[in-house]
Write a protein that binds this ligand. Structure first.
Ligand code: GLN
Length: 255
């Protein structure tokens, strides 16, 4: 709606200059969040709208910056490249903080501690040790679950565009197990009596999620950390988690 059609090089230069001079906190327009919306309860679609825990956190950050939030949904392995290319100010997609990613982007303080788990048929109940070596393991492309299979198990996973499509392949007998983050994994097995989180111990890794931004923006990072701290201290973050876990469950129940 706010897009201006630029008809001449002169106007284009003027428009660019306006954008550049408008880069401070007072510029109009939305704060753009880039995500991948197949990851309940952090981001998922309710009708056409992308909702979830990450969306609420980013809305609070945008509000602190005095702007509305615009959400863009891309494949998970495009989230950080798109952020780096300047397509958004915030990347929030249940993104695990790790050393490789820290070389590319800056991370906020973490807002949750979590980890990856294994889903298999209850009849086989793979634990995640030697019993899964050489098995066909489904993961979402570009994730820490994919890294885990390559680095720890030293084999190639079967890559899917979402945890749900990996789970569908498991149910179709095309793969033997799925490795995914615990919250979307719990969501997937809800209402599926033949499948469970069977890893033992339950977590294959210990991970933290944080918001990613393009490197070299200490002010923005400080603002984000302030918002996260306030959400934690006020109890609002717990309320957001409870609300969207319930909403994600309700969507499964409605299927
Ligand atoms: N936490 C995992 C990662 O960062 C998976 C995130 C996701 O699929 N949205 O790689």
């Amino acid at each position: 709606m706010n897009k201006t059609t630029v008809k001449s090089p002169m106007l284009a230069a003027l428009a660019a200059a306006t954008l550049i001079s408008g880069c401070g906190k007072s510029d109009s327009g939305a704060v753009r969040m880039i995500t991948e919306a197949t990851f309940p309860p952090y981001e998922f679609r309710e009708g056409t709208e992308v909702v979830g825990i990450d969306v609420e956190i980013c809305k609070a950050i945008a509000a602190e910056l005095g702007k509305p939030l615009a959400v863009e949904d891309v494949e998970f392995d495009s989230v950080l490249p798109s952020l780096i290319a300047g397509k958004a100010e915030l990347a929030a997609a249940g993104i695990t903080v790790n050393e490789d990613r820290k070389k590319m982007v800056d991370f906020s303080d973490p807002y949750v501690e979590t980890g990856i788990v294994l889903i298999s048929a209850k009849s086989v109940a793979y634990k995640g040790g030697d019993d899964i070596k050489g098995k066909r393991i489904g993961v979402q492309n570009g994730t820490t679950s994919a890294d885990y299979v390559v680095e720890k198990l030293q084999q190639e996973p079967e890559r899917f565009d979402s945890p749900a499509s990996a789970f569908a392949a498991l149910k179709a007998g095309k793969i033997d197990l799925v490795i995914a983050d615990v919250d979307p994994a719990e969501n997937l097995i809800k209402g599926e009596p033949d499948y469970a989180i069977t890893s033992e111990p339950r977590f294959l890794t210990s991970e933290c999620y944080a918001i990613a931004i393009k490197k070299g923006q200490p002010e923005l990072l400080a603002t984000i950390n302030k918002v996260i701290a306030e959400l934690k201290e006020s109890g609002k973050l717990d309320a957001i988690f409870a609300e969207f876990k319930a909403k994600a469950d309700a969507l499964v129940d409605a299927d």
